[in-house]
Design a protein around this ligand. Structure first.
Ligand code: HEC
Ligand code: HEC
Length: 512
């Protein structure tokens, strides 16, 4: 019996029968709870805020291809609002309105940087959305660097090929733009909200409040910090990466390891590499891959790629990465979409088998091993940008966790990789310095010294992308092979074959 219902007398206890009657007890309880009523709105508001700022929601695409194109891998900022981690892009509304807020910095919008837009989507392929930390965020996913387009002629519709190198995407210009516009004075909460509403987005009162009080000030701070670390690489005295290439490892030195880039040798900071293809990962398991063959595990290559996109162990979406892993495990290479001369191709197969298969076919004696630089003799910069110090630092990332890298090593050359779907992997070599298969089979002195990268009309004669028409020059990036890191020498295999045999060999390679 509760104490307050008992009236204590000197001798014994006198129970207040009326007070403790069931009806009275009920009333008493009600009165107790009534006290809470004035607090109720507060409780609801606090509950709502907790839900608002801690929920983590993203679109689910049952279709794996949609998931690959637009699904989140967890590269959006996450953690909690006090210590957010991960992510490299500003929130959705800011990201979407940047080209309208700074039109002088990107007159053609994101599409002009080679990002691929599909009808019915307001974000390009490779950009995912996720509600986190009380705001709709965006992130970079695998498709940004691993999806490209091909066209038969300037008048035809582009074919989107998933898993193909994003040969049109200028990721360096993309980040230069996002960083510089985010820091621009014109990026204010009012401006972003106005531009978003102009283009039909509904911005709730709560979102307006969040943008004004937190998002924009935080964005400026975080962008400044990112700019300080990665700016020297993006804007510094290093050759432009250009369309279809990224410096794979140097950004880690600044972003993950916080190394002072000024203290590193200049040459080490030149290392732009071509985006590779993602198909057929299962038969690649155990091979030395990445361009310099520095890793033998598909899972670690996937993980290291996702870190580059802004994923952290806190924000990672395991289920999503697993779906992509499973899909690229058996994804077949795309079939060559144009005509193939079967007679030539049959003759070419014999040449390929004798001259190339040992290094380039699944099951070849040297396939998946590293060919020494002395032997292949292609440009050394990408190889040298991955240093022993870097490999050691990488092994120390996430110690004692499942994320610890254990399959990276410093190598002395470039990988002998399978050539499946090679027609879609132009331009060729690790730095994308040779525009077509036909040029690769020429002596280096006869390969183009300058050519355009990032135009998607296909050259069925040379087997690569058209690189010397006015349209190509308009759309693409002018690549100069005389710049450090861009060398097109080496890989002399097949260059001495008679012209007719080269033709047959190229015809056969369309079928790979
Ligand atoms: C910022 C661009 C970018 C993004 C985003 C990206 N990758 Fe890559 N990926 C690359 C580059 C560049 C390489 C080649 C690295 C090198 O060797 O220098 C590569 C290599 C790979 C390889 C090894 C391919 C081979 O044959 O050697 C795999 C596998 C891979 N990426 C998977 C993924 C997955 C899975 C994702 C998403 C989780 C992803 N990548 C996201 C740029 C990217
Ligand atoms: C001794 C091994 C070896 C032989 C033989 C060889 N290659 Fe290569 N190949 C390599 C290496 C190593 C690379 C990577 C070089 C680089 O990226 O700098 C490469 C790269 C390539 C690439 C570019 C791949 C890409 O994704 O950009 C093509 C195409 C190619 N080889 C075709 C051939 C052809 C055709 C033959 C036969 C005539 C041949 N190779 C013979 C080792 C070899």
């Amino acid at each position: 019996m509760p104490d307050e219902m008992v009236i204590k007398t000197g001798e014994g206890k006198l129970v207040d029968e009326i007070y403790s009657s069931p009806v009275d007890q009920w009333q008493h309880n009600v009165r107790r709870w009534l006290i809470l009523i004035p607090l109720l709105p507060l409780i609801i508001i606090v509950g709502y805020l907790i839900w608002y700022f801690t929920s983590d929601r993203t679109e689910y695409h049952a279709d794996i291809q949609e998931h690959f194109k637009y699904g989140s891998i967890g590269s959006e900022p996450g953690g909690n609002i006090f210590t957010p981690v991960g992510g490299v892009l500003p929130p959705y509304l800011v990201f979407k309105t940047l080209p309208k807020v700074c039109p002088d910095k990107l007159p053609g919008g994101y599409a002009s940087l080679g990002l691929i837009f599909e009808p019915g989507h307001d974000m390009p392929i490779g950009i995912s959305r996720r509600w986190r930390l009380g705001v709709e965020q965006v992130g970079v996913n695998c498709a940004a660097c691993h999806t490209g387009t091909v066209r038969e002629s300037p008048g035809s519709q582009p074919i989107i090929v998933l898993g193909m190198p994003a040969h049109e995407f200028d990721i360096e210009k993309f980040f230069q733009f996002v960083l510089s516009c985010s820091l621009d004075d014109r990026v204010t909460a009012d401006n972003v909200i106005a531009k978003a509403e102009e283009s039909g987005d509904h911005v709730s009162l709560m979102q307006k409040l969040v943008f004004k009080t937190a998002i924009i000030p935080l964005l400026k701070l975080q962008t400044l910090s990112l700019q300080n670390r990665i700016g020297p690489l993006l804007n510094g005295p290093y050759p432009a990466w250009g369309r279809g290439r990224v410096d794979t490892f140097n950004p880690y030195k600044a972003v993950q390891f916080n190394w002072n880039l000024d203290e590193l040798p200049h040459a080490e900071l030149i290392g732009a590499a071509d985006f590779p293809s993602l198909w057929n990962q299962h038969p690649r398991e155990g091979m030395h891959l990445h361009w310099d063959g520095n890793n033998t595990s598909v899972d670690e290559r996937n993980l290291s790629a996702s870190l580059g996109a802004g994923v952290t162990p806190v924000t990672v979406d395991h289920a999503s990465l697993q779906r992509i892993h499973d899909w690229i495990w058996t994804l077949p290479p795309p079939k060559y979409p144009f005509a193939i001369d079967q007679t030539r191709s049959a003759r070419g197969k014999a040449i390929f088998d004798s001259e190339c298969a040992g290094c380039h076919s699944f099951g070849g004696a040297k396939t998946g091993t590293v060919e020494s630089l002395a032997s292949v003799n292609t440009d050394p910069y990408r190889l040298n940008s991955y240093t022993y110090e870097f490999a050691t630092a990488q092994a120390g990332l996430f110690p004692d966790s499942q994320y610890r890298f254990t399959h990276f090593s410093k190598t002395g050359g470039y990988a002998n990789q399978p050539l499946d779907g090679i027609w879609a992997r132009a331009p060729y070599l690790h730095n994308g310095s040779v525009p077509s298969l036909s040029d690769l089979l020429n002596d280096p002195a006869d390969r183009p010294r300058q050519f355009v990268r990032g135009y998607d009309v296909y050259d069925q004669q040379k087997v690569g992308f058209v690189q010397d028409t006015p349209e190509a020059r308009n759309a693409g990036f002018l690549y100069d092979t005389s710049i450090p890191g861009n060398g097109n020498g080496g890989h002399l295999f097949g260059t001495k074959l008679p012209a007719d045999q080269k033709r047959d060999l190229i015809e056969f390679m369309k079928t790979l």
